[in-house]
Design a protein around this ligand. Structure first.
Ligand SMILES: [Mn+2]
Length: 303
């Protein structure tokens, strides 16, 4: 069997790509199966429920001839351990760069767009294979969400075009995006531990370990009200990963503000220096959206 999957506990981009790419390859007559390892994050779980989409769980054990296609992913970090360079045949991702030389036998598409969902949407558009309505909505939601509803400065013309195409050809229910965002925001703050257990990232930059959490949608009030809880999470993740720099990034794309939460002096010093922000009582506010991917590439270039 050829499985299509994303990282364990996939986010909205991973889940949308699994669903839509499965549909695309099936339409081309390929025998593939989209599967999820772990549990989808809060946002895609809600979208799937809303649209009546079910994606089966991935196998616990695999056969020697099973193959994998990875979407919204270009490394084996965060994958089940039985997925590796020998049984992976294709990867689709949207990272700055991929530097793993062991991947040379894998078909890799890595293009700098805001969401891998854009690359999948493009495949449909180029081939004139028609997307199902649910796949169209899932791709649409993933692109809107990854671009902070096109308020992030990092989306590309190709992301915009993919979204325009879907809008033109498929009916988007009124309030679809706003209802997903409102639900997600509420759920994240109702259970911060669940949110961060599913999505906390570790980076190794020049032999310094960073552990970084992210909240995509929040209000300023929610950040201040939950400061102590967030600091507790930062500390426990730091302990878990033995990381030197530890912080949480949060973004309020209604107001366009970003927030950095950290209480350790070293982390505060580094972020202050690199990002031109100022910590007051463990929170620094930025006039720009705070996005983990962007923040980490800034740090990588300047550390
Ligand atoms: Mn993605």
């Amino acid at each position: 069997m050829i499985y299509i999957t994303a990282k364990i506990n996939p986010d909205k981009d991973g889940v949308a790509c699994i669903k839509a790419y499965e549909e695309y390859l099936l339409a081309l007559g390929k025998k593939v199966k989209g599967v999820i390892f772990g549990k989808p994050q809060v946002e895609p779980e809600f979208v799937m429920k809303k649209l009546g989409v079910k994606i089966p769980n991935g196998p616990k054990k695999i056969n020697p001839d099973d193959k994998f296609i990875l979407v919204d992913a270009s490394s084996f970090m965060g994958m089940p351990e039985f997925i590796n360079a020998n049984n992976t045949i294709e990867m689709i991702d949207h990272r700055d760069q991929i530097d793993d030389v062991k991947l040379k036998n894998i078909k890799i598409q890595n293009e700098p767009v805001v969401a891998a969902a854009t690359l999948i949407a493009k495949k449909f558009i180029a081939s004139s294979i028609k997307m199902s309505h649910v796949s169209a909505l899932m791709l649409y939601e993933a692109i809107c969400s990854h671009s902070s509803n096109f308020k992030s400065p990092y989306y590309t013309l190709r992301d915009k075009k993919a979204v325009e195409f879907i809008k033109k050809n498929y009916q988007i229910p009124k309030n679809f995006i706003s209802s997903v965002f409102a639900f997600t925001q509420k759920q994240i703050f109702a259970n911060l531990n669940r949110h961060f257990n599913q999505d906390y990232k570790v980076f190794n930059l020049n032999n310094s370990i960073f552990s970084v959490g992210q909240i995509d949608i929040c209000s300023k009030e929610q950040i201040y009200e939950n400061k102590e809880k967030l600091l507790k999470i930062i500390h426990s993740q730091a302990k878990k990963y033995k990381s030197k720099y530890n912080f949480i990034i949060a973004t309020d794309f209604e107001s366009g503000q970003g927030f950095y939460i950290a209480d350790e002096l070293e982390t505060q010093k580094l972020l202050t220096k690199l990002l031109d922000i100022k910590f007051i009582d463990s929170i620094a506010t930025s006039k720009h959206l705070a996005l983990r991917k962007d923040t980490m590439s800034k740090i990588k270039n300047r550390i």
